[in-house]
Design a protein around this ligand. Structure first.
Ligand code: SAM
Length: 229
């Protein structure tokens, strides 16, 4: 039986496909980052499939167990806390491990669903036909290198940010001194979904004025303002 890689909602629990519901129902186990988060989703759809945690700190005994379940023919559904497993979350490591350990013996099947990346781009309205996706910027080592990549890129850069880091990023962009235009997509698909556009200093001023703006989850799109001819 395959390992199903299942996209799940990034906030609004209604955003789960009919196929995803069926796969989650039929699987022997749902492998999840945080069992509490996934159980909330499963309960919303009245699904009783047992959950098993799989995250970045899962040890060898857990991965060995997953590989032997798959080789025995069990059907497993891999989900992350939100969105598409493998995009800036531990899903990628498990898929690589299963591909290496099981080869053709186990099929890895996609069950696509939401992703914060695609959702942000779909409503940002800032011309992201091509873009550079950098996931989470490193906190320390390597951060400056990535900021340089953003400056050098001819395409808009898209990053994931936590609420603590979004202000830091805006300040760094001000220091870099390029003419950046930034779009911040906050709390996508949730009650307080919002999209803000502006220069880094305009957005910092907005953050100062509105404490709510600094709460939640963020996708940030950074592009250099085109030089006027
Ligand atoms: N795999 C996920 C995906 O496909 O979008 C991303 C997982 S990553 C660990 C979590 C990050 O995605 C958050 O820190 C935030 O930057 C972004 N994110 C997730 N849900 C979001 C939402 N509802 N609104 C804005 N950003 C979100």
């Amino acid at each position: 039986m395959p390992l199903f890689v299942v996209g799940t909602p990034i906030g609004n629990l209604e955003d789960l496909s009919f196929r995803a519901v069926r796969i989650l129902k039929e699987a022997d186990y749902v492998l999840c980052e945080d069992t509490r988060i996934t159980r909330t989703l499963l309960a919303h759809y009245e699904l009783k499939t047992p959950t098993v945690s799989y995250h970045q700190h899962s040890g060898l005994s857990r991965t060995d167990q997953i590989v032997s379940w798959l080789k025995e023919g069990k059907s497993l559904a891999l989900v992350s806390d939100a969105g598409t497993p493998g995009i800036s979350d531990p899903g990628a490591a498990l898929v690589e491990l299963v591909r290496n350990e099981c080869g053709d013996e186990v099929k890895i099947e996609s069950v696509p669903g939401p992703s914060a990346l695609a959702t942000a781009i779909s409503i940002a309205g800032v011309g992201c036909e091509r873009f550079l996706f950098l996931g989470f910027l490193p906190h320390k080592k390597g951060r400056q290198t990535m900021l340089k990549q953003i400056i050098a890129s001819e395409y808009p850069a898209v990053v994931y940010e936590s609420k603590h880091r979004v202000l830091k990023l805006l300040n760094e962009l001000i220091v870099l001194g390029e003419n950046f235009q930034v779009t911040i997509c906050r709390e996508l698909t949730k009650k307080f979904e919002s999209v803000y556009h502006g220069s880094p200093s305009e957005l910092l001023a907005l953050f100062d004025a509105d404490a709510l703006m600094g709460k939640g989850e963020f996708v940030v799109i950074i592009r250099k303002e085109k030089k006027k001819k």
